[in-house]
Design a binder for this molecule. Structure first.
Ligand code: SF4
Length: 240
């Protein structure tokens, strides 16, 4: 899988609402929000469902998610008028990977961790993206050094199944601070993952996420055994 930013952009939107409204008007059924049900994602679900009831939201169930994330999914599904689509990894690929490298291969090397992310996350994501013209993400620039590269509107070229494809990626919360995210959640009484109250600012798969200490980087709890500038799964920025 290859992801490259093919150009920067001059898009300027006043608010996340403006980005979302523009996206649903322009792309209609060919745009969907990618959600792992973290704090930023639930904010966007709340906004999007108000702008466009019945909007498409998709998630990838890697098979290794924490119970709290499934609880959040059910709560969000019951509360909002959205079309929630759940995608799973290819079971043949999982069986092959586990047979060759074991269940917890991600602890053995960065390469095997990336293989696990590729099989459990990136390949299912590409399956979804092959049917979309645009996708919406909850990335914020201040989340980590690996996310300094992002823009509010990006034009990605992905090689999916050997075929190059251009797709628009929207990051409506790009300039928001963590405080803005939490103020929105509280003011709008948005359901959120209970792990956030237990020191988890960023939540991914259960074995690859831990709580962080006060003052630590928000992504310090993701793949904490790896160097800090390598912490991406390939969904957004490639590791350097
Ligand atoms: S986050 Fe961990 S368990 Fe999840 S896909 Fe990546 S390596 Fe595998």
């Amino acid at each position: 899988m290859e992801v490259v930013r093919v150009k920067g952009n001059d898009f300027r939107f006043e608010t996340p609402h403006a980005v979302l409204k523009w996206a649903v008007e322009k792309y209609r059924d060919k745009v969907a929000l990618a959600s792992s049900f973290g704090a930023e994602d639930v904010v966007l679900i709340d906004m999007l469902s108000k702008i466009s009831p019945g909007a498409r939201v998709f998630t990838i169930d890697t098979g290794r998610l924490p119970e709290e994330t499934y609880n959040t999914m059910d709560e969000i599904k019951n509360r909002y008028d959205i079309r929630l689509e759940v995608y799973f990894p290819d079971s043949d690929l999982i069986e092959d990977m586990v047979e060759k490298h074991g269940f917890n291969l991600f602890r053995k090397s960065i390469e095997l961790r990336e293989l696990c992310c590729e099989v459990r996350k990136v390949k299912p994501l590409n399956r979804v993206l092959s049917g979309l013209d645009a996708w919406i993400c909850g990335l914020r620039r201040e989340q980590s050094v690996t996310r300094m590269c992002i823009e509010n509107v990006e034009f990605e070229k992905r090689v999916i199944g050997g075929n190059p494809r251009e797709i628009v990626k929207l990051n409506p919360l790009i300039d928001w601070s963590e405080d803005q995210v939490w103020n929105y959640i509280i003011e709008n009484e948005v359901p959120y993952n209970a792990l956030h109250d237990r020191g988890y600012p960023s939540i991914g798969c259960d074995p690859c996420t831990r709580a962080v200490k006060p003052g630590e980087d928000v992504r310090a709890g993701r793949w904490w055994w790896e160097p800090s500038d390598k912490k991406e799964c390939g969904l957004h920025c490639k590791r350097q």
